[in-house]
Design a protein around this ligand. Sequence first.
Ligand SMILES: *Cc1c(COP(=O)(O)O)cnc(C)c1O
Length: 306
Amino acid sequence: MPEELFHKRPTPIQPIYSAVAEKAGVQWLIKRDDLIDPQISGNKWRKLKYNLQCAKEQGYKTLLAFGGAYSNHLYAVAAAGSLFGFETVGIIRGQEITQLSPTLQFAQICHMQLEFWPREEYRLKDKSELFKKIQEHYGSFYMIPEGGSNALAVKGCTEIIQEINIPFDYVSCACGTGGTVAGLIAGLEGKNTCLGIPVLKGGDFLKSDIQELLSQYYLQEDQPVPMFRNWQLETSYHFGGYAKTTTELLSFIHRFEQENNFLIDQVYTAKMLAGVEDLILQGRFKRGDIIISIHTGGLQGRLPQL
Ligand SMILES: *Cc1c(COP(=O)(O)O)cnc(C)c1O
């Protein structure tokens, strides 16, 4: 395996410029996990790391992943497959369209086999009739759940916290399936506070999904499941729902990128940062508090016209 990715130095932590944070006397920093790799970026690498190792150890030749046509996860699995020597199969939600999305074009360049499933079948995943056909066709494969969240993914994300070598009060992160935040919570071991910002509407199930992922993680580690209370979900920053944007969000991105010299994507990191800045404005933090936000990457999905 290309060992460099496995032994990467900790990603840098740098100050965020924000007049709002400055006025509130809050120290706001960002951990640049977007710099991990241009293709297997951010939390997708953290979540894949131990899954790739496990697949290799168990002798699998093929990885199977699920996702939508713009999925950062599928993009990362396709890239990881070609880098680490696995065949890859991508099950795509929805019918094939004549013009493949840029994400799927990239997946194809990485030799990922694309299988388009109607939404009803997709919802059933490995319980779908089509799954049997896939098994007959591709033989044995290592299956990565949708969004890449499982116990090994949580384990990979605990390392985000382990890399932080400065004091802090809060860590914040965007949530899709909640796997990354579960890893942050496990990594914190009850200390500090973790703020998860769901980028989807109605994150009602997310709390129990995160709890379930934490249980799976501790079960796998042969440890009792702790009941942590040092985490919260801030559910009002979805900006209309998954992958939706508003003019408010777009102008936040413009300003933020101009004041800070790095890019953020509109699906995840921008919503999280806009949320944190709003919480600072609302007086949620006290003077002197230190917040570390995680840049989870995903720049492949950044709108080029931003
Ligand atoms: C997938 C993704 C997330 C969400 O991660 P979950 O573990 O599913 O909550 C956050 N940020 C980026 C950039 C992503 O690609």
